[in-house]
Design a protein around this ligand. Structure first.
Ligand SMILES: CN1CCN(c2cc(NC3CC3)nc(N)n2)CC1
Length: 155
């Protein structure tokens, strides 16, 4: 199988999480962190910083790798590998862009029903500061056939 590397930056402040409503493309209509593809000439974290600024206007000053999520789709040989980062120090205020409409959510008010089905499984670990590696087998884009989610001490 081939692997496509993506980034996902989760921006947090005291008891609140910044999510963006994806306005077009993959994941349209879902709330999510900010991210995209990693270009050939950049590291994964450089890609995460670039996508966060492109999609939200925020400039990450400090980001921590907190998870790796692998997504497999029945019948599709391409494996998605999503590198998840926690951003606690940033410059600027979130702005709506062509891609994303940003909104702060309280940690106990995450709109899971309007997010990818895997989020409700790994967000609780993320919000407790637990680093994780997960592998999800999807059938289509709405059904998780099975998954593994493992706590990691170092990423
Ligand atoms: C550039 N993006 C970043 C976010 N990303 C995903 C995917 C995902 N589930 C996969 C079944 C699709 N779940 C979350 N939370 N994010 C896809 C690629």
């Amino acid at each position: 199988t081939s692997q496509k590397i993506f980034t996902l930056a989760m921006v947090r402040k005291t008891n609140a999480l910044l999510l963006g409503l994806k306005k077009k493309g993959f994941g349209e209509g879902k709330w999510n962190g900010f991210g995209g593809k990693v270009e050939k000439d950049e590291t994964i974290s450089e890609g995460a910083v670039r996508e966060l600024e492109e999609e939200s206007g925020l400039v990450a000053k400090c980001l921590t790798k907190i998870g790796i999520l692998e997504f497999e789709f029945v019948g599709d040989p391409v494996l998605f590998e999503v590198h998840v980062f926690d951003v606690t120090q940033y410059e600027g205020e979130p702005v709506e862009t062509e891609e994303m409409k940003p909104q702060w959510f309280p940690e106990d008010g995450i709109p899971y029903e309007k997010m990818w089905p895997d989020d409700i499984l790994w967000y609780p670990l993320y919000l407790k500061g637990i680093k994780f590696r997960g592998h999800f087998l999807y059938q289509g884009y709405d059904t998780i056939l099975n998954y593994t989610l493992t706590q990691m001490d170092h990423l």
